[in-house]
Write a protein that binds this ligand. Structure first.
Ligand code: G3I
Length: 471
């Protein structure tokens, strides 16, 4: 699928590459190059956003599932495996195996992880359900500390507290064993999480908070406002976004997201699914994406599963791929909307990004490595943000080739956090990515193909080094 915007971006470059000698390519390409948005993650990355999915560990052996997940998404949430009952089934005994499976799969494939969820009234282990008072408060804080410490440095954002407000018009906290330990249980959880993993963004996450007019939305807003005023460490608010005909996407969605963002937090759509089919479903998905893109601090969107059949409400066919893994109309509308662009995320990285001084950023040096055999890899700069930059590598076949692979090496402390238009693998250091074509790698002499990636630079703006091998 190629959108008009993509055609505009790709056309001149592709034409330029075709007729030029390899020696002139570095000069030709030393201009800002656009990321090609042919997958959800690539299209979202163009404005500095991520596009994620929930993953179930039990499905990681399903090749169709992992192929789609790897190609389309660059932010991963464990659907159930990092919840309280899964992490600490017996008091003091932690079971990291399923959570680790998902985190390792994500990291091996160059993806980031949203942690879900440290403290929640639901899916508590049996031993915790029977607790109350100070004993429960201590157990909850210990859980937050242990889990956030174990995954320290591996989590982009934690849902520290999930679903703590009541539905309906009361605007009250939800009654739960955790709430009955005292109204300050939420801020206590956030402080414990910050102490355990200072590098993770800390989010409050809830559902039915999409419509700005609703009492629950207002109640969460007032809590976040209060937290910011009192210095409680909160960085983001997650909007689950489970929609259906009884709970449609509100027309004021962008207002809700913007108002929260204006409190000084990031906003993220964390569990998106919309029951329905065809153009009606597609339009609603488009509206959600549009709302996020209109808010600079809406840093990413996660859908709650890959295929309809993977969904917690499969009968409502609420996702972007059908049970066979085919792209639905909703997929196309999301991709097209992402490719329309929107506000750029100003500061999409960790909560305390390295400050950068305009004008003092080192000017990177163009890198071009003659390929071994008969291909050439050439780097060109893409969009830049405070804490990350995009790059494009163009592979040119110097003679007809049947396949290629290209290594992209970044320097510590840089890290590649997203890729598109190829199948990446990583060495054990995480610094060397080997990109191979997603489909056939056959190229005629003079033909070019491009892939892209996002580098979180951590203060080092040096361009990656490249190699190209042809077969
Ligand atoms: O794995 C067991 C299986 O062995 C057993 O035979 C079967 C019998 O019921 O249960 C299976 O576990 C189920 C699990 O999903 C995995 O499929 C649980 O019963 C079931 O309760 C659990 O549901 C999850 C639900 O959270 C629990 O609250 C859904 O998968 C998950 O999508 C859903 O996710 C939540 C978010 O965490 C928070 N926001 C709402 C969202 C949707 O409810």
């Amino acid at each position: 699928m190629t959108t008009p915007r993509q055609r505009y971006r790709r056309g001149p470059l592709a034409a330029a590459f075709g007729g030029l000698a390899a020696a002139t390519l570095a000069v030709t390409l030393a201009v800002p190059a656009a990321a090609a948005g042919s997958t959800l993650q690539a299209a979202a990355a163009e404005s500095g956003r991520y596009f994620g999915t929930a993953i179930a560990a039990s499905r990681l052996n399903d090749g169709t599932y992992t192929t789609i997940a790897n190609r389309e998404f660059n932010m991963i949430t464990a659907e159930n495996e990092m919840k309280m009952d899964a992490m600490q089934p017996s008091r003091g005994q932690f079971n990291w195996s399923s959570g680790d499976r998902i985190v390792n799969w994500a990291r091996q494939n160059g993806k980031q992880v949203r942690g879900h969820a440290l403290a929640w009234h639901s899916q508590q282990p049996g031993w915790m359900q029977n607790m109350s008072g100070s004993q429960l408060r201590t157990a909850m804080l210990d859980h937050v500390t242990q889990v956030a410490s174990y995954y320290r440095g591996k989590i982009y954002a934690w849902d520290v507290v999930n679903e703590a407000f009541a539905d309906g018009s009361s605007g009250a906290r939800r009654d739960s064993n955790l709430q009955r330990t005292g109204n300050d249980w939420i801020e206590a959880a956030f402080r414990a999480a910050r102490a355990a993993d200072p590098g993770a963004k800390l989010c409050y996450n809830d559902y039915n908070t999409d419509n700005w007019q609703h009492a629950k939305t207002q109640a969460v807003y007032n809590m976040v406002k209060d937290f910011k005023a009192r210095g409680v460490p909160i960085d983001c608010v997650g909007f689950q976004a489970h929609f259906n005909s009884g709970n449609p996407v509100p027309s004021n969605y962008h207002t809700t997201l913007q108002n929260f963002a204006d409190l000084g937090v990031d906003v993220q759509i964390t569990e998106l699914d919309i029951e329905g089919s065809g153009s009606s479903q597609a339009q609603q998905y488009q509206g959600v994406v549009q709302a996020c893109l209109s808010v600079a601090r809406c840093t990413g969107i996660t859908v709650w599963g890959v295929r309809d059949t993977d969904s917690w409400r499969a009968s409502g066919t609420p996702l972007l791929f059908d049970g066979s893994g085919n792209k639905k109309a909703a997929y196309t509308s999301v991709l097209n909307q992402l490719n329309q662009g929107g506000t750029s995320v100003p500061n999409p990285g960790n909560p305390t990004p390295t400050p950068t001084q305009p004008g003092t950023t080192p000017t990177p040096t163009p890198t071009q490595n003659p390929g071994t055999g008969s291909c050439t890899a050439t780097y060109s700069e893409g969009q830049k943000w405070n804490d990350r930059f995009n790059g494009t590598v163009t592979i040119r076949a110097n003679t007809a080739i049947s396949g290629w692979s290209s290594t992209v090496t970044v320097r510590q402390p840089q890290r590649i956090i997203a890729t598109w238009n190829g199948s990446p693998t990583w060495d054990s250091s995480g610094n060397v990515m080997t990109m191979r074509p997603s489909g056939s790698g056959a190229l005629a002499a003079g033909q070019t193909v491009s892939f892209g990636f996002t580098v979180q630079h951590n203060g080092d703006w040096t361009w990656p080094t490249l190699t190209c091998s042809a077969s």
